[in-house]
Design a protein around this ligand. Structure first.
Ligand code: NAP
Length: 510
């Protein structure tokens, strides 16, 4: 029994949800229910947590087709899922302590084995490709009007399986976010990876002048797929080039927004597609870059865009047509079998795949593999995450309360008769902590962190001396609307009290 949830976008910051929706539920089968082998995981961790298990074979509902998977492909999305990183993604859909969806893989190509009663577009025997969570399996059931299209006749299952996520991402980044035009100068950072190899070819087909960025060993390959110029980042500092681009596609996230700004023409567009590796555990480029872009955007003429790709039938069809016309040729790096998915993901997460990494699903080979049900072992990361969240809550709420309380008591003791700032103290301390947190959040480096601490610390010190300008500045810099409202009320009151107290006695009584 399967339910086919929407494969379209669910508003999260990783493309995961964009392509798939929850995987078919794993319902313990009866002896009679047909079974299949699928890659499953029950805990976050390294790719070693993955197991090939026997689960119930999906049965298509009226609107679904059942596809026998012949090939699948691996995307960085999979290691994000397996590792549950960046951790913030666990709060918005991955599952906090354990993966909510235990099936893996999205991109697939295969043969239609059965169709639901209402299906009109496909028939058994059709060769198709598309995206569906749980693609690392012998079968997937897909809604006919969602992420699935007929496979071009002139490409292999492996080539077709390499396209959905990476191809659609490249297409939507260039066309929808980048507004690419013929003759424009386009730079593709990470031109040799899954997304990059499609982006180079698509940008060429849009008539752009394309510069690819990759390492030495991939220079020839990137040129061979159509790049007009190639920058070898191991030999040349990209940021020192005197060239300026209309559109930059960033698949790597290894340069700051200011560095990219320096490479863009005045009306140029930066589209951030991805970035960060397994070591970016907490926030990741995808969460920090929009904040940085928001802060920087009012001061620059260029546009900073983020892409959240969305699987749809029409874009799959466009990519299929381009392959059929010979204008889009997937670059395949390595092939692994279904029981080697951990190795495939382990390879991809090193960040130097050359084109796409493929999982071949050969029925005979899969039948010969003995399954090893997954055991539940991984506990370190969940504990760390819980501690971190407790730390954040305590740091941002409880610590300012306690410190403000102590400061207020001290103030009252040394200034009997005067009222302390109370809320002002509380929000100032919160702003100080928030300022440092902002530095961490923006991954702005140690220098910037120290600068944040010094600025907020100095303001807090002057505020403690009852300097109203410090209170105003700190309140504004707290970036906290509640602090803005409450402090503006209290500031006026205390200001009036302070002014009255400062006046000579004869003036006060007058
Ligand atoms: N926003 C979305 O909807 C969406 C969708 C799909 C993917 N993504 C993200 O997009 C990113 C790229 O995905 P992908 O499938 O292309 O990944 P990938 O196949 O793993 O590609 C990685 C590529 O990055 C290149 N690279 C590594 N360090 C580099 C550097 N310093 N400068 C330039 N290139 C460098 C590597 O080339 P060399 O080996 O030559 O170094 C490699 O070819 C990932 O972060 C992924 O999560 C986002």
């Amino acid at each position: 029994m399967t339910t086919n949830h929407s494969p379209a976008f669910v508003a999260t910051c990783l493309a995961a949800f964009l392509f798939a929706g929850p995987a078919p539920a794993q319902v313990p089968g009866t002896n009679a229910a047909p079974r299949m082998k699928a890659v499953v995981y029950h805990d976050y961790g390294s790719p070693d947590v993955l197991r090939l298990e026997e689960i119930e074979k999906p049965v298509p509902n009226d609107h679904q087709i059942l596809v026998r998977v012949r090939a699948a492909s691996v995307n960085p999305l999979e290691w994000h899922y397996v590792r549950g990183s960046p951790y913030i993604a666990r709060l918005i859909g991955f599952g906090l302590l354990k993966p909510e969806v235990t099936r893996l893989g999205v991109d697939f190509a295969g043969t239609v084995e059965a169709v639901g009663r209402s299906v009109t577009r496909f028939k058994p025997g059709d060769e198709v490709f598309g995206g569906r969570t749980g693609a690392f399996a012998e079968y997937v059931a897909v809604l006919e009007d969602r992420g699935v299209a007929l496979k071009p006749t002139n490409v292999t299952f492996e080539q077709a399986a390499s396209v959905p996520i990476a191809g659609i991402t490249a297409l939507q980044a260039l066309r929808d976010k980048g507004k690419i035009q013929p003759g424009q100068k386009v730079l593709i950072n990470g031109a040799s990876g899954g997304v990059g190899t499609f982006a180079v070819q698509l940008a060429k087909s849009f008539g752009a002048d394309v510069t690819g960025v990759c390492s030495t060993r991939n220079v020839g390959m990137v040129r061979s797929i159509g790049a007009d110029q190639v920058i070898d980042y191991t030999r040349e500092d990209l940021t020192k080039t005197d060239q300026h681009y209309d559109l930059i596609l960033d698949n790597v996230g290894n340069h700051s927004l200011l560095e990219w700004k320096g490479l863009l023409k005045p009306k140029g567009i930066l589209v951030t597609v991805g970035g960060g590796g397994p070591n970016d555990r907490w926030m990741g480029t995808f969460f920090t870059r929009p904040i940085k872009a928001l802060i920087l955007s009012p001061f620059v003429s260029q546009k900073f865009e983020m892409l959240l790709a969305e699987l749809n039938k029409s874009d799959l069809t466009i990519l299929g047509d381009l392959m059929q016309a010979g204008k889009l040729k997937p670059v395949i790096d390595r092939r692994y079998s279904l029981n080697e998915v951990p190795q495939a993901i382990g390879y991809l997460e090193k960040g130097h795949a050359r084109g796409k990494v493929i999982i071949t699903v050969d029925p005979e080979q899969v039948a010969a593999v003995t399954v090893h049900p997954a055991s539940s072992t991984n506990t370190v990361a969940p504990v760390l995450i819980i501690l971190a969240f407790i730390g954040i809550v305590v740091g941002v709420t409880i610590v300012p309360i306690v410190v403000a309380f102590v400061l207020n008591r001290r103030f009252q003791r040394s200034n009997p008769g005067k009222r302390p700032y109370r809320w002002g103290n509380y929000f100032s301390i919160q702003a100080f902590i928030g300022g440092i947190a902002l530095g961490i959040l923006l991954e702005a480096g140690v220098g910037a962190m120290i600068a944040f601490a010094v600025i907020y610390g100095t303001l807090a010190w002057f505020f403690a001396q009852r300097r109203h300008w410090a209170w105003i500045t700190l309140t504004i810099l707290s970036l906290n609307p509640i602090a803005w409202i409450i402090n503006s009320i209290y500031l006026r009151k205390r200001w009036a009290e302070d002014s009255a107290a400062a006046r000579p006695a004869y003036a006060r009584t007058a």
